[in-house]
Design a protein around this ligand. Structure first.
Ligand code: NAD
Length: 299
């Protein structure tokens, strides 16, 4: 197992992931542009570098957890001129499939090996080391990276070659966006028909409508006490991130000519919801659209 790990991007996800690597006994250096992220990481035992070059010097594995493809490609381009041959580069950010393949190409041109390994599980999973990693890259490189991923998550699924992890992630989140929109719609219909939230939950959570948007992230308060609906829709998984992932899914669908009308509709609904100022709410708060409670919205 590679003992020295550099971690670039120490935000809401990367911060706790790097902290879990420290707890697992790795020597972890870290880099982030934001002073607040640097301070939290340093408190958690990460040796915070002043520059990217200083941070990655001597690391056998370099991980990135950055906002979007633009930052990943910019950092990986810089890394390509800094790293020793044979270094393992792992990107855990959610980015477009084409961007992920470009990043693999940059690594390969620098004689390095690489994985795209986006995650599911959110900030709670990042803190508890229970993330699921969806991984793209060769079998051999997956075998090298899996023990490291195993210290930050409970599952790492090898999905196929370069870019396959990102492909799996956007397909999963397209299902999630569509199901949450459908579940929210059904709860509001039930309200108007005089059916209680609990009754609808009891039926759907054990019937053919059952899905994660009902059983774990139920968009109404009550039936699932830990769901964000019980905490004023504090995320959880922010509506802005759902819009980002649904947009990535549509870009990917357009690039290969896939027919995804429900994904397109879900993207438009989340775009509307975000444009009404709800990007920082949990994505389950989209139920407000159907109730006419989203500010400025009376549909
Ligand atoms: P975040 O904004 O909290 O953290 C990103 C960090 O990257 C910030 O601290 C920022 O300062 C840093 N950064 C940006 N550009 C940089 C650069 N060039 N060099 C060094 N540092 C840089 O975001 P997050 O919530 O941690 O999300 C990270 C990724 O994980 C995103 O791609 C997101 O889509 C994905 N994701 C997030 C969640 C979630 O629930 N937050 C869940 C699954 C996946």
């Amino acid at each position: 197992m590679s003992a020295r790990i550099a971690f670039v991007g120490l935000g809401n996800m990367g911060g706790p992931m790097a902290a879990n690597l420290v707890k697992a006994g790795f020597e972890v250096s870290g880099f982030d542009l934001a002073p607040a992220s640097q301070e939290v990481a340093a408190r958690n035992g990460v040796r915070v570098g002043a520059t990217l070059a200083e941070t990655v010097a001597g690391a056998e594995t370099i991980m990135t957890m950055l906002p979007a493809g633009k930052q990943v490609l910019s950092v990986w381009t810089e890394l390509a001129s800094l790293v020793a041959a044979g270094t393992l580069l792992i990107d855990c950010s959610t980015i477009d499939v084409a961007g992920a393949r470009k990043a693999h190409g940059l690594a390969s041109d620098a004689d390095c090996v690489s994985l795209d390994a986006p995650v599911s599980g959110g900030t709670v999973g990042a803190a508890a080391a229970t993330l699921t990693f969806m991984v793209g890259g060769s079998e051999e490189v997956f075998a090298r990276g899996a023990p490291i991923l195993g210290r930050m998550g409970s599952r790492a699924i090898h999905c196929g070659d370069a870019g396959s992890g990102q492909a799996a992630k956007i397909c999963n989140n397209m299902i999630l966006g569509v199901t949450m929109a459908g579940v929210a719609e059904a709860f509001v219909l039930a309200e108007k028909l005089g059916l209680s939230h609990q009754a609808l939950f009891d039926v759907t959570s054990t019937s053919s409508g059952q899905c994660w948007s009902i059983t774990t992230n139920c968009p109404v308060p009550g039936p699932v006490p830990a769901s964000p609906a019980n905490k004023g829709y504090k995320p959880g998984f922010a509506a802005a991130l759902m819009l980002k992932d649904l947009s990535l899914a549509q870009d990917a669908a357009n690039s290969v000519g896939a027919v995804t009308p429900l994904g397109a509709q879900a993207m438009q609904l989340f775009r509307l919801f975000n444009s009404l100022g709800h990007g920082e709410s949990d994505f389950s708060a989209i139920i407000k659209l159907w109730r006419g409670e989203a500010e400025g919205n009376r549909i």
